[in-house]
Ligand binder design. Sequence first.
Ligand code: GLC
Length: 444
Amino acid sequence: MKTIFFKIALFIFLLGPTLKAQKYQPSPVNLEARTWFQDARFGLFVHWGVYSILGDGEWVMNNQNISIEEYEKLPNFFNPIDYDPKEWVAMVKEAGMKYITITSRHHDGFSMFDSKMTDYNIVDSTPYGKDIIKALAEECHKQGIKLFFYYSLLDWNRDDYFPRGRTGNGITGRGEGSWENYIDFMKGQLKELLTQYGEIGGIWFDGHWDQKEWDGKMFRKSKVDWHYDEIYAMIHELQPQSLIGNNHHIGVIDGEDFQMFEKDLPGKNTTGFGTPEDQIGSVPLEVCETINGSWGFNLQDRKHKTQKELIHYLIRAAGYGSNLLLNVGPMPNGKIQPKHKASLKAMGNWLNQNGLTIYGTRRGPIPPSDDFVSTRKGKKVYLHILNSDLKVFHIDKFPLRIKSVVDLKTKIKLNYRNDSFGFAIDITKLPKDDIDTIIEIELR
Ligand code: GLC
């Protein structure tokens, strides 16, 4: 008898989390938005805030241990008179990007939008006095670009962000407030973001990891309750098509619509915080990366990636079935660095020629490697050869039936064999493109 009880109890215990995990049913418009998102493949990330003035990245408050009192002087100097959202959106379109994700509030706690929840915002606390998000939203709607909001869960300014997390502990002037008030504050702000700016593509959360505790092996468990169930439900209720993603570096939490990977391709871990391969969900994926080495404007960052590196990253991301969200950190005057603009333009030029092998594709059947990746759209598989020195293309197996294999640019037919020996394409005589030689494999 006892064992039966025990078994039933165990069954319920094991089933509990499963039932909970399957609570969220995305609405039809949400599913449609996910498809749009996957087809889009390329977006612009924008890190802009009062930190930009100091030209030392968005973590400057933490990294330089600037006290709250000192940091709060910054909004007085924020006056981006050269900010031209029309120009930004035009630049985005020229780059072949389909959406923008902008920091509405970063870890420093300053709101870059008009918020009634606090005066510590761009309209009430800067000489500029205008809502840059509103102007951007209007321009995005006009020019057919979707707008997403980055929103920090972590806050180095507010007393109510208490208990504090692992970061910002050298910042003096932080008080001890109430976590529940902090949750209410965030809910209020998210409501503003979802009601003041028309249709919003999604919300991009960040900072969850600040509260993760060391469990002896890794930072895994959150020591606070983020109330994601209520927050996510509210977002989906206000704007059902709005996609929720959270840069928590763990598997998808119930209610999330896409999964992001920071500075790493899905499943890779060069950063030390990459999401493990077994935690990649079945939702759309997005990789985010910096155009140089910083998110926020950094005056002395000279690690600008080359145009070739950037185009390769976009192709590789697509080969992993993922979007690329490429970041720029506008300067305090509202301009984007000319070098970065030039790189974006080069990406757009490449996409003008080759976009059909990226947009609307899904991960291809050829497993990605350092030398090549593949994408697929319907009956076409695009093999992207990224190493122009590659002499032989050979893999163990190609699982689908082939109709033809041609060089996409010249339409020249290529010899291949696909048998017990494996799948090989004769690329010896093929003139290689320095950036990407694309081979089109048509399926039967
Ligand atoms: C990290 C950083 C943050 C940046 C984000 C972008 O989480 O804390 O500054 O906004 O990555 O992916």
